[in-house]
Design a protein around this ligand. Structure first.
Ligand code: FNR
Length: 383
């Protein structure tokens, strides 16, 4: 086993172990992938201010996200098809998150269902919900999340239409994978992955199959998905979703200060500044660039989180310094999961935690809650 010291180490192992179709699904952005690239490269444009001769002992990265205690300001983002990256992937990731003391958020488009995850974990997890036309299905999803003791719901508002990813179209992405000569040849080289997949007892797309009208198997899912996303979504409709869920609510996919203010008005508890990891509007600003104007607009009206491009503890530190109460990681945990299952997700969290802890100390802080903009050097044209 190679020595793993950074998230990129996990990505290299992940690439070797998981079929190309699912690696590409994770490791791609929409169209030219400009936003996907800038999500990570823009973090490098923010510099940290080094301080010395400050007592750096007794450090803590503990804080709260939407009032819940977390061991560091990081949550696992909802990622569709996580169960195709590693068998029972959603359960494995949720267990690693629970052990580490950070929130796990289950995607609507997961392989394991809400009930599968609830039965196999102890800590309450968070549930992500897409904005779909079918009110009955939406209400049932919220009710199932409530019955599973989910402690927050996340409504993703940036996917009324699906951004095009060239690789997914070219690979003929599907779950279960379509058996073509090319995909079979590729999967046969991924022995560990395949043996794992043979063990799983889960139903594909457990949140939807058997629960949405007319969707009895994964093959009828694609036409349902194409028809179900609500292209006519507006803030009144989001207000209706708010009424369907009486617990903490997070709105995910905000990139503009005006939309951030709308989210405050519908009674959300938090927003996630996110461009869906560069998978939706190609050419959109990176999330880290979009953060400051949004912080300025909302002040302390709402808790603000960030995702898209976070690959290190230094990235988390920069977002927190800019005012985010927490960061969500998508690909960074998927790399770990695909590489080594639950232990790989734990490794990803350990790597990020160590980077956050040490970098925070080197900026002169021993408590993540005292970190502010003072530790950053922000270029004039950054936002
Ligand atoms: C996602 N994302 C996502 N978001 C969501 O609300 N529901 C979903 O089902 C998915 N599915 C999904 C699949 C894959 C493969 C990726 C990479 C991302 C977006 C995700 O929650 C998050 O916004 C991004 O992953 C953040 O960017 P990074 O951390 O991956 O750069």
């Amino acid at each position: 086993m190679p020595v793993i010291t950074e998230i990129n180490d996990l990505k290299r192992i992940y690439r070797r172990r998981v079929p190309k179709m699912f690696y590409d699904y994770c490791e791609s952005g929409s169209w030219s992938e400009q936003t996907f690239r800038e999500n990570t490269s823009d973090f490098e444009k923010l510099h940290l201010r080094q301080r010395v001769a400050v007592d750096m002992s007794g450090r803590s990265t503990k804080t709260q996200m939407i009032g819940q205690d977390v061991s560091m300001p990081v949550a696992l983002a909802p990622v569709g098809l996580t169960g195709m990256q590693h068998f029972d992937g959603e359960i494995k990731a949720a267990k690693a998150a629970e052990e580490f003391g950070v929130p796990f958020c289950l995607s609507t488009m997961s392989i394991c269902s809400i009930e599968d995850v609830a039965e196999n974990t102890n800590a309450p997890f968070w549930m992500q919900v897409y904005t779909l036309k079918d009110d009955d299905f939406m209400q049932r999803l919220f009710d199932r999340a409530k019955a599973a003791k989910c402690s927050a719901a996340v409504i993703t508002v940036d996917l009324q239409l699906l951004g095009q990813r060239h690789k997914d179209l070219k690979n003929g992405l599907s779950a279960p994978p379509k058996l073509t000569a090319q995909s079979v040849a590729n999967m046969m080289t991924k022995v560990q992955w395949g043996l794992g997949m043979l063990q799983t007892k889960r139903r594909f797309f457990g949140n939807i199959v058997g629960h949405a009208h007319g969707v009895e198997d994964a093959s009828s899912l694609s036409s349902w998905t194409a028809e179900s996303f609500d292209q006519s979504l507006n803030w009144d409709r989001i207000r209706e979703f708010r009424k369907m869920w009486d617990g903490p609510l997070i709105i995910k996919g905000i990139m503009d200060p005006r939309d951030a203010l709308e989210a405050c008005n519908v009674g959300a508890d938090a927003i996630i500044v996110s461009n869906h990891g560069g998978r939706q509007l190609d050419g959109a600003l990176s999330s880290i660039r979009a953060l400051e104007p949004i912080m300025d607009a909302v002040g302390d009206k709402i808790e603000v989180h960030l995702d898209s491009g976070v690959r290190s503890g230094q990235d988390v530190l920069k977002a927190v310094a800019m005012g985010a109460k927490g960061c969500w990681i998508g690909r960074a945990f998927v790399y770990g999961l695909g590489a080594m299952g639950e232990a790989g997700v734990t490794k990803a969290l350990e790597v990020i935690h160590k980077e956050l802890d040490l970098s925070m100390a080197l900026t002169g802080h021993t408590d993540i809650n005292t970190v502010d903009k003072d530790i950053l050097m922000i270029p004039k044209d950054f936002s």
